[in-house]
Design a protein around this ligand. Structure first.
Ligand code: NDP
Ligand code: MG
Length: 393
């Protein structure tokens, strides 16, 4: 039996993780869980799953609900704030921890999990984008694993198993193209938050849904792939595949291409991460070939999906550029979700922010350290604040 904890249990990946745990009750002992602010949902999950302790990472939400920052609820202790998250990440009884927090807030937890020598089942791509080489180094030093949950990376991770790295010619990351793949760019200025959240094939959290609509999500995934698989950017290709059934592909040196095809269900990559290196039977919905299945593939237009183009640029620049890309994207996505800027401003803010960032003396030494990531975050905030007046609706 593996001891497990889940960060971000109240989100979409958290929900799919529970689907896996429900199916393998004898294999996992759930030690702790966290939400940011959804206390009501957390209490329901505590009643059902009875972890040893739980965390509300937003202290204000904890205080609003209970009038205190720590609480005993049905004999289960609830902590709050970053200290609470640290209690989970440093609890070495865990064999594996799922990081399903959305956005940059997942970075420090990923760092702490690996620093404590615990296997990391990683949904939070933002942390590997910001600090990939640092996290990998810590994992190596402490003898623990980073196992991807992101469906494309899970696919490639499994396609690469038992394969000599020298046999790999290319990898293909597939992308649905999001809700606006077939909408002409000149119409994009009218896009509303509701339209952008309406992803054609996956039901996901708000941030990743907007990232999918701009294809910044694929941009983050390109960087995630370079970091996880040590593969250079010129060997990473993105293809639009609107049905999202091919989760990704590898091309090997003899020209053969191997694809991973399966149902659109995040529970499968999560299951494989939790049991890694074992593969287990499951009773989830299966792919059905008793009907006509259309698999379309299109090349990607980087002039239309500029956020993907910027990601390749920042990835190749390396150092703190990927972190900068991530921070600027996250700030503009929040502004868009709060209806402060237009959808098309997301890429415009990225372009102008990058121009401003490149004038900073700080970039003369483009060195990746945790401290420089923090400086980069502060610079991203300052740069965006100055640009905000120009872009606000
Ligand atoms: P959701 O928004 O659905 O859930 C996010 C979870 O993180 C919630 O539990 C949320 O708590 C918590 N959270 C939010 N902000 C913070 C914070 N500042 N500190 C600590 N916890 C926080 O996101 P998803 O489940 O969709 O995505 C999670 C991660 O997985 C992302 O990095 C995403 O890119 C990645 N991913 C998601 C996929 C999907 O299918 N959804 C597919 C592949 C990757 P609360 O409920 O209180 O807000
Ligand atoms: Mg993905």
């Amino acid at each position: 039996m593996k001891n497990i904890s889940v960060l971000g249990i109240t989100g979409s990946i958290g929900h799919s993780t529970l689907k896996v745990l429900d199916n393998y009750k004898k294999d996992f002992n759930l030690i702790s869980i966290s939400t940011h602010s959804n206390v009501k949902n957390l209490l329901k999950l505590i009643d059902i799953y009875k972890p040893e302790f739980a965390v509300v990472s937003d202290r204000a939400s904890m205080f609003d609900y209970f009038g205190e920052y720590e609480k005993n609820y049905n004999n289960i202790k609830i902590y709050s704030g970053e200290d609470g998250l640290y209690k989970i990440c440093s609890d070495r009884r865990n064999n594996i921890i799922v990081n399903a927090i959305s956005g940059k807030s997942g970075l420090i937890p990923s760092y702490n999990i690996l620093t404590n020598g615990i296997d990391l089942a990683l949904a939070n791509k933002e942390s590997i984008v910001c600090a990939g080489p640092i996290l990998k180094e810590i994992a190596k030093k402490n003898g623990c694993n980073i196992i991807p949950i992101d469906s494309e990376h899970s696919a490639i991770f499994h396609l690469l198993r038992n394969r000599d790295k020298n046999e790999i010619e290319k990898i293909y990351l597939t992308a649905s193209g999001g809700p606006f793949f077939r909408i002409e760019k000149k119409e994009w200025h009218k896009i509303t938050v509701k339209e952008a959240l309406n992803h054609p094939t996956w039901k996901m959290g708000n941030k990743i849904s907007i990232d999918s609509a701009t294809m910044a999500n694929k941009g983050l995934e390109v960087i995630e792939a370079e970091r996880l698989f040590d593969i250079s950017y010129d060997k990473i290709n993105v293809l639009i595949h609107p049905q999202s059934l091919i989760h990704s592909m590898i091309e090997i040196i003899d020209g053969e291409i191997y694809a991973q095809i399966g149902p659109n269900d995040m529970a499968i990559p999560i299951q494989n991460a939790l049991f890694y290196p074992e593969i287990r039977y499951n009773s989830f919905n299966r792919f059905n070939f008793n009907r006509i299945v259309t698999l379309e593939i299109f090349p990607v237009d980087l002039k239309k999906f500029r956020m993907l183009d910027f990601a390749f640029y920042c990835g190749k620049k390396s150092g703190v550029y990927p972190a900068f890309y991530n921070f600027i994207n996250e700030i503009s996505v929040n502004l868009f979700l709060n209806e402060k800027i237009k959808f098309t401003h997301i890429e415009e803010i990225m372009e102008e922010s990058l121009e401003n960032f490149e004038k900073e003396d700080f970039l003369n030494k483009n060195i990746l350290t945790m401290e420089n990531i923090k400086i980069t975050e502060d610079l991203a905030n300052n740069i965006c604040e100055k640009l905000y007046d120009k872009f606000k609706k």
